[in-house]
Design a protein around this ligand. Sequence first.
Ligand code: ADP
Ligand code: ZN
Length: 288
Amino acid sequence: MIYGALEAGGTKMVCAIGDESGKIIEQISIPTKTPEETMPRIVEYFKDKNIKSLGIATFGPVDVHPDSSTYGHILDTPKTPWIGFDMLGYMKEALGVPAGIDTDVNGSLLGEVTWGTSKGISDVVYITIGTGVGGGILSGGKIVHGMLHPELGHMKVVKHEADNYEGRCPYHGTCLEGLASGPAIEARYGATASKLADRDDVWEIESYYIAQAISNLICIVSPKKIILGGGVMHQKQLFPLIRKKVLENLNGYFKLDELSDIDNYIVPASLNDDQGIMGAIKIAMDAV
Ligand code: ADP
Ligand code: ZN
């Protein structure tokens, strides 16, 4: 059986077909412009692929509640041409197959718990540190949606004493995303994050914020695994710094095997940056 997968991002739309083993058979990428320009090209790609169903993992905010009248619509987003766009309805109508939709981070989370090293674990938090900071939560085997869907990136964090940067979130300034996203690093130091690999001060501050968020999430969600993905997490030196700071923050409160084995508790994404598109395949499978 062939499934269609669409990973809808702010800069590009990844379209792929894959099978129930999560294997990507082929994929293409289309630049994200307006819905009028971009969506017909996506339909064109999937039209003759004979897909059983389509899964969409999209930038948000998006209505992810199947019983809502605006299920699958993009909500109030800074990408203004997309506000109110019925992403799911458009694709269902154009292709005439069942389809499902979730956020891009929930897609990555689904990819990892279906085919990655966190396969089969019931309680997992996935955080992506990239152009933005986002996160998905699997609790008791179910993706948490709640009233909208989690927006982990906008949690408040305490500023590092050596950090003079004012933050870049238009809503909160110094929320996690405002201080720790790739563009925040770039704005703080005037250089892209990938060029700052050997600057210890950069990763000291970055790990400080990520570790705070993780410590908060451990207290709230009690996950059995925490996965970190996104462009910034390609800086592998962050992992030991984050693990150390998380243990310091928790200060021995949780006496649990998972935390004693922190290297296997806070882990990198394991699907070579295909976790999002693979998650979209899983969304497609679940839509049948
Ligand atoms: P997006 O979030 O747009 O889907 P990414 O997850 O690749 O895409 O995140 C892009 C951000 O990650 C950019 O701010 C970029 O500077 C940063 N980034 C990408 N690669 C690296 C790297 N190797 N090291 C540090 N930062 C990186
Ligand atoms: Zn914010």
